[in-house]
Design a protein around this ligand. Structure first.
Ligand code: G4F
Length: 332
């Protein structure tokens, strides 16, 4: 039975990845950071199959112990401070988690006396003020947030460990990927959740920032499959994972309202200048030809299907009067 250690197992991607690997017969270990609030909503249905290990990316020794306990064949480093606006408020902490946390995880893996394959969650946020359209593995990085800057460090330190120590280490440069399990602070889930509540008469308006920003949005469940495929190749490499389509925030809003049967969406949406970022990423659109050719990967869920899936899930949960149930509703 192969063994796997996932950091960030309680997050959106961690929960889909754990589910998939359990299905493939893996023994799954997940790092969990102790907090006073319970944060295991997304993996509660998996708790019989996932062994949780207390550790923190800020604490090197806890990571070494976690690796020694799990004795994994594969490590997926998904944990990070991943919300871009917070990275402007807490740039140093973001660097500690999202940049140096990667180096600490790599060190913990390097100390092991058995072979481990390592996956690093790199991000399309690294492309920032894009140097070419579409963005591919060779496109230069120009991050626009402390989060993006930290991800660039995480990316290059992983490449450096691969080149320096011949580690099997891969970076997946994932474009935005969403699902009903997405945190409520990210724009897609903020929209689907608000649309559901407006439809049910529980909320009057939806306040948003930059409606013109364009993103390449895919379904998180499809993207974890690409992570796994990267670690099954003969040689380690880095891959862009994207749908190769781009849509604006405004387009997402319009479609989401349409899914709920509301055509006059402009009546409900307010632009709030407080939600604009000091610097934003105007457009992201990937070119995932390399992943499609070498990994045989392609996304299954289309953009309209994604929007509909998220709105329906929030409508179901809100109709039952339970926001948290939105996460639970979709894990079964
Ligand atoms: O949903 P977002 O917060 O995602 P963002 O910043 O693109 O980052 C996400 O994707 C990255 C991959 O490229 C990940 F690495 C990262 O961890 C995260 O998952 O915002 C998307 C766009 C932005 O341009 C933002 O300005 O939506 C715009 N937006 C407009 N109004 C808003 C809002 N974003 C949020 N969160 N909230 C708003 O009210």
């Amino acid at each position: 039975m192969p063994r796997v250690l996932i950091t960030g197992v309680t997050g959106q991607d961690g929960s889909y990845l754990a589910e998939m690997l359990i299905g493939k017969g893996y023994e799954v270990y997940g790092l969990i950071r102790r907090t006073s609030l319970v944060i295991d909503d997304r993996i509660r249905h998996l708790l019989d199959d996932v062994r949780l290990i207390d550790a923190d990316l800020l604490d090197q020794l806890s990571l070494i112990k976690a690796v020694q306990t799990a004795r994994p064949d594969e490590v997926y480093n998904l944990a990070a401070m991943s919300f871009v606006p917070t990275s402007f408020v807490q740039p140093v902490l973001t660097g500690e988690y999202t940049a140096l946390g990667v180096a600490k995880m790599l060190e913990a893996v390097r100390l092991a006396d058995w072979p481990i394959r390592f996956y690093q969650a790199s991000s399309s946020e690294m492309f920032g003020k894009v140097h070419e359209i579409p963005q591919r593995e060779t496109t230069p990085y120009h991050p626009r947030s402390p989060y993006g800057v930290a991800k660039v460090y995480g990316h290059w330190i992983t490449v450096n460990y691969r080149e320096s120590y011949k580690m099997y280490a891969c970076c997946g440069i994932l474009f935005n990927h969403e699902s009903p399990r997405r945190g409520l602070e990210f724009v897609t889930r903020k929209i689907s959740h608000a649309v559901a509540r407006i439809k049910l008469g529980l909320q009057k308006e939806l306040r948003l920032g930059n409606l013109d920003a364009k993103r390449d949005w895919g379904f998180a469940g499809d993207y974890v499959e690409a992570m796994w495929l990267m670690l099954q190749q003969a040689e380690p490499d880095d891959f862009v994972i994207s749908t190769d389509e781009t849509h604006s925030v405004g387009e997402f809003v319009r479609l989401a309202f349409e899914c709920a049967g509301i055509s006059n969406w402009q009546d409900y949406v307010r632009v709030d200048p407080n939600l604009l970022r000091p610097a934003d990423v105007d457009i992201l659109i990937g070119d995932s030809t390399k992943a499609r050719t070498k990994l045989g990967w392609k996304p299954r869920v289309t953009f309209p299907e994604l929007v509909e899936m998220m709105v329906k899930s929030d409508l179901d949960a809100e109709a039952r009067g339970n926001t948290r149930a939105a996460i639970q509703a979709t894990v079964r």
